[in-house]
Design a protein around this ligand. Structure first.
Ligand SMILES: Nc1ncnc2c1ncn2[C@@H]1O[C@H](COP(=O)(O)OP(=O)(O)OP(=O)(O)O)[C@@H](O)[C@H]1O
Length: 795
């Protein structure tokens, strides 16, 4: 107060602390020059000097000290490893040395790198280590110039840096960072038995660096599989996600492959081109773009494109009604039948109604929606199928995510509206719809549902809930609730639909019979008690897992192996069978647990391994502050790994909504069918689009949590992960007949244990491995169950 100034005290941790410290080193503190003129002498004021005196502040010594201390704590000993091209090692000599003597003297001198080769020649076990990891296991003796096995201690290695502008030395560094066990430079030049003239070429062949024309190669490689339809979709995906430079050239170069099937059917060149363009246009439109957004030929105006009116409306009218879904009406159980009749009565009488189908997992909500959709559509009406997640949307014909169908804004508040213009196709679709289904509404934020309610009242012009339409929401509040980033329990509960003013106006219909676990009524009862938080608990939340569902946790051998054997028995024999692979999975809470299990399973899985490395960069990092190997080492939730190991027939899960209307959304499970350097051929394994072949390109991806690092990470990789094992949240809405649940730590959010267990169909095919976190003086395996009872309470 005396000096009228303030001091900020901020607690910061993790990587942001480094950023914080550096910020002040660069920023310095501010000073101001104040000059008091006594008015007696004439002073010449040098403004530039004064300005510099005040602004130029050298980095405070103390901060540097703290920073170097912090670094030394993270990496106690780091050894710089020499890096040089063949015969280009650094040589020291004095001015008066004779050149031939220097050459003779140095010729046989080993450098760290050549000594690394020598060690690999004679020591098999050394070959498992990368050059940078050598100092952890070997010590460098500078006088004998040899690497000797390390007896004690540990040291980290760091390859001296090389800039891409240095050319070959940079590519040598890239190869050394990924390839272990070379015995000479030739080994590094050789890929699949072929000796390449440069390290750049060798790195390219190994897939360690990106080719300049990778998109063109991606299309060329995909055309080898000869699925022109999938190829056209791949082209549309590339246009949207891969930022191609010269679109017209890609089009010209690959047009023959895009049009192969149509050219066989039709002779007119113009017509074929129109057919290809129309396909691409439809794919682009389903992803929110149009042909005119790209440098592509125009569709001939004469072409009969069958697109009168709004595209969205036409598309809905063309959804095929499946006979099986029409007939489902006859096999509904009594709860489902009641719901069906009640809703159809509103359809027949054309009277408004808002329903919530409240059913625990497996009680046949989706089955009911399919019956409703098919029957309403078969009468020539529009029935909109939406869901909070892409995976659930794909379980219904014509399903879309609620966010894309209703154009719900990402940042919601209590007055948000959907981004739908009254004159648009989306608005017309809402006006024309007879009934709207929103599955998993329990996972949506109440503000999203309220925004739709307001928007529909506005668009339709009727001051009734949802503009007087028949709205059928469904879900299960025992399952995972809306995601509120870093939200407290109160915030999460408040964002639930149950807390909305709309809730009291909604008619609730309950489904109670678990159709998924029909053969095991005890199991359905157990699941309900877990979901409702009614299972008997110790310390308020630790519940006992039935003994026959547990895998014992042992300390001497890895207990995960027993869980893996129980869920994936005889993997080597059965792995090639898609039904076997897709009907089982191990669920866990965190990505690192999931990765460990996936690593073990891909090792066991038969077949040749294909490794795809990602190309990582820190955006705008002109000074190379973040070395590539550091970026490569980052494991980021929602992003594929740098080192992606796959085999033909292995299960993968998609990490982005690439083309939701064609079944490719975040969470879609696929099976790998073929690999090329720049494209993966895969088959959709579940949902409405099961069996469809798709091509996946590498796409640039950024972490969803934008403040996770003090820089912006951009990773170019295939947007997939292995899915022998996945996180519990990703498995929501899926039926997994043989399910393993791995809990090395307790679950941490509402409904997680319930979601994991309720993916299964019976007590006998559900196995749980729990690391005991708390000792109870009782026999049996206990694990915590988090249930926010306030969202389950009946009003
Ligand atoms: N009436 C029925 N007749 C025959 N099978 C049914 C019936 N109802 C549901 N099923 C079957 O039971 C299983 C579970 O049903 P469904 O997926 O519709 O449940 P859900 O309530 O949507 O589950 P979740 O909330 O976990 O997504 C499915 O295999 C479905 O085909």
């Amino acid at each position: 107060m005396m000096f009228n100034c303030h001091i900020n005290v901020e607690a910061c941790s993790s990587i942001t602390s480094v950023k914080y410290v550096l910020k002040y080193v660069y920023k310095g503190h501010d000073k101001q020059v104040v000059h008091v003129d006594p008015g007696e002498t004439e002073l010449v004021i040098n403004e530039i000097k004064k300005f510099q005196d005040a602004r130029y502040v050298s980095p405070p010594e103390a901060i540097w000290r703290i920073f170097s201390f912090a670094l030394s704590q993270i990496h106690p000993y780091v050894m710089a490893l020499q890096l040089h091209l063949p015969n280009k090692q650094m040589v020291r000599f004095r001015d008066d040395d004779i050149m031939t003597d220097i050459v003779d003297r140095e010729r046989d001198k080993r450098t760290m790198l050549t000594a690394f080769f020598e060690r690999n020649k004679v020591d098999r076990s050394a070959r498992q280590y990368l050059y940078k990891d050598f100092p952890k296991n070997y010590t460098w003796n500078p006088s004998s110039r040899r690497w000797n096995p390390r007896r004690q201690g540990s040291m980290r290695g760091r390859l001296v840096s090389a800039n891409p502008a240095e050319g070959e030395r940079y590519y040598l560094r890239v190869i050394l960072s990924h390839i272990s066990g070379p015995t000479c430079f030739e080994d590094l030049y050789t890929v699949n038995g072929l000796l390449h003239p440069t390290f750049r070429k060798a790195a390219l062949e190994r897939g360690l660096i990106e080719t300049d024309d990778n998109l063109s190669q991606c299309l060329a490689e995909a055309s080898l599989f000869q699925f022109p339809g999938a190829l056209r979709r791949l082209f549309a995906t590339i246009l949207i996600y891969c930022e191609p430079g010269d679109v017209r050239k890609l089009w010209d170069d690959h047009y023959d492959s895009f049009s192969e099937d149509y050219r066989r059917q039709c002779e007119s060149v113009d017509q074929v081109r129109n057919m290809v363009l129309t396909d691409i246009m439809i794919f682009l439109q389903s992803m929110g773009k149009t042909l005119v957004d790209f440098d592509l030929p125009k569709i001939n105006a004469d072409a009969n494109l069958q697109f009168g009116g709004f595209r969205e409306v036409q598309e809905e009218y063309s959804v095929v009604v499946e006979e099986e879904h029409l007939r489902a009406r006859d096999s509904l159980n009594s709860d489902q039948k009641y719901a069906y009749n009640e809703i159809m009565r509103h359809v027949d009488d054309d009277c408004p109604g808002v329903f919530f189908i409240d059913g625990p997992g497996g009680t046949g909500k989706t089955f009911l929606y399919k019956a409703l959709l098919a029957n309403v559509r078969s009468r020539g009406f529009i029935a909109l199928a939406t869901a909070s997640s892409g995976v659930a949307a794909n379980n219904m014909p014509g399903g879309r995510t609620a966010h894309s169908r209703f154009k719900i804004p990402l940042n919601l508040d209590n007055n948000s509206m959907c981004n739908i213009k009254k004159q648009s196709g989306a608005a017309q679709l809402l006006r024309n719809a007879k009934i709207i289904i929103w599955d998993e509404a329990s996972m949506a934020k109440r503000q999203a549902v309220e925004a739709l309610d307001r928007t529909m009242q506005d668009i339709i012009g009727v001051a009734l809930p949802f503009g007087g339409k028949i709205m059928v929401m469904g879900g299960d509040f025992r399952q995972v609730l809306p995601v509120v980033r870093r939200g407290t329990r109160a915030q999460i509960v408040d964002s639930s639909l149950r807390m909305s003013p709309l809730w009291s106006t909604i008619k609730k219909i309950r489904l109670t019979l678990n159709m998924r676990a029909l053969t095991d009524p005890w199991f359905s009862g157990f699941l309900l008690r877990v979901g409702d938080g009614n299972e008997e608990a110790l310390d308020e939340k630790f519940i006992r897992i039935p003994d026959d569902m547990t895998i014992p946790y042992t300390d001497n051998v890895d207990p995960k192996d027993a869980l893996i054997d129980a869920i994936f028995p005889s993997l080597q024999i059965n792995g090639a069978d898609s039904d076997y692979i897709i009907s089982r999975a191990i669920l866990s809470t965190k990505n690192e647990n999931v990765d460990e299990i996936n690593d073990k399973l891909i090792n066991k899985f038969c077949g040749d391994e294909k490794v795809y490395y990602s190309f990582d960069e820190a955006e705008d990092d002109r000074n190379n502050f973040y070395p590539v190997e550091f970026l490569n080492s980052l494991t980021v939730s929602g992003l594929p790994p740098h080192y992606l190991r796959l085999k033909i027939g292995c299960p993968i899960i998609l990490l982005r909504n690439i083309d939701p209307s064609n079944g490719l959304c975040n969470g879609t499970r696929l099976i790998c069918r073929g690999f090329q350097q720049n494209v993966i051929d895969a088959e959709i394994a579940i949902g409405q689009h099961a069996g469809k072949r798709v091509f996946l390109p590498r796409i640039p991806l950024c972490p969803s949590e934008d403040n996770m690092f003090p820089f912006k990470l951009k990773r170019k990789q295939f947007p997939v992960r292995l899915s022998f094992s996945m996180t519990i949240n990703k498995a929501q809405g899926q039926t997994i007949p043989n399910v393993g649940v791995y809990l090395p730590e307790s679950v941490f959010s509402h409904g997680q244990l319930y979601v994991a267990l309720s993916r299964g169909i019976s007590r006998g095919t559900t196995k749980v491995l729990v690391k005991p976190v708390k000792k109870f003086n009782r026999v049996g395996v206990y694990t915590s169950n988090v249930v926010y009872k306030e969202v389950l309470r009946d009003e």
